[in-house]
Ligand binder design. Structure first.
Ligand code: FES
Length: 320
């Protein structure tokens, strides 16, 4: 199970980037250095409001060479579980937040060329990537799709080095659209391809890459919100307590356990990213929906992440 050291930071600055995107700058209370990170890293921000607790993962978007602050971009999600609304409406400059040390599941490969494909707020990890690639001396192209009629979120930053002249923008409000298949068809055979954005964009990148015979090891996808955690109902048995529950179609295993107060489970992100809810499978097979386990771990069917994954059949017995 993943272990995330948590520590407090101060919100030292909040910038309004667009009506629904804000950039938060986080520093240590004593002004000291923060744990180092690499491009593509995320932190988990834990928020509490009364009895309600939220945890969201956010990409670090500043230059990884900076050790005195972290910066995250937060989009106010219309159907937010509460985390992004909390960040937008409750958090003020000077407030203290509890965050995890950075973890990287979207790291840059060693390659001479990199093609970065961003959709909307998915631009944030690529800003840190860009600084890191410039320092490595490796070539990159950034393709950035967004809706905003007013211009690209973080456009002022992208107009400067190392991004200027490497960014191709697609403004959907004006009917501009990235032709993923065409882009990937022309990609340098040694280039690695990265995508962060809505699930539709990630799926298109994966499907086009597969159709063009691009090795999966050259395609890297980052997805913070799992779009689909629902599925058929199934029976869940918690072996340690002998409790039997039904996981309804629109419920996760974690929600079923919490609803029945059937066990105490650690869960930090609730989005299949952090690994804290990883649980051993004693019987049955998992329908994995997380972004944490490797392909080999998924195939082994020894554990699953109960915040998002489900049963393949009609019953699962877990070591809880
Ligand atoms: S709580 Fe983070 S992976 Fe499940």
């Amino acid at each position: 199970m993943a272990d995330y050291p948590m520590f407090s930071v101060i919100v030292s600055q909040i910038d309004r980037i667009t009506p629904d995107i804000r950039r938060f700058t986080l520093t240590r209370p004593d002004g000291g250095t923060l744990p180092a990170f690499t491009g593509g890293s995320h932190i988990i921000v834990q928020m509490a409001q009364g009895e309600q607790q939220y945890s969201n993962a956010y990409s670090l978007m500043n230059d990884p060479a900076e050790r005195h602050h972290y910066q995250i971009g937060v989009r106010l999600e219309p159907d937010s579980r509460g985390g992004s609304r909390f960040m937008h409406q409750q958090v003020k400059t000077g407030d203290s937040l509890l965050i995890s040390a950075p973890n990287n599941m979207f790291a840059l490969a060693e390659a001479p060329r990199h093609v970065l494909i961003a959709g909307g707020i998915g631009i944030t990890p690529f800003i840190a990537h860009g600084y890191e690639l410039a320092r490595r001396g490796q070539a990159f192209d950034l393709h950035y799709s967004y809706r905003d009629e007013a211009g690209a979120p973080f456009g002022d930053l992208l107009a400067q080095p190392p991004f200027s002249s490497r960014v191709q923008e697609y403004r959907s409000a004006r009917g501009e659209r990235l032709d993923v298949r065409r882009l990937l068809a022309d990609v340098d055979p040694q280039a690695h391809i990265y995508c962060c954005g809505p699930a539709t964009l990630s799926e298109e990148v994966q499907q086009c890459a597969a159709a063009l015979g691009i090795a999966p090891s050259r395609v890297h996808i980052e997805q913070f919100a799992i779009e689909n955690k629902s599925g058929a109902a199934f029976t869940l048995v918690l072996a340690r307590s002998g409790t039997t529950l039904t996981v309804a179609p629109d419920m996760t295993i974690l929600q079923a356990i919490e609803h029945a107060k059937a066990a105490q489970v650690e869960c930090l992100c609730r989005e299949g990213i952090c690994g804290t809810c990883e649980t051993a499978i004693l019987e049955g097979e998992a329908d994995h929906r997380d972004q944490y386990l490797s392909e080999e771990e998924r195939a082994a069917q020894k554990t699953l992440l109960i915040c998002c994954s489900r049963a393949k059949g009609d019953k699962l017995i877990l070591d809880l």
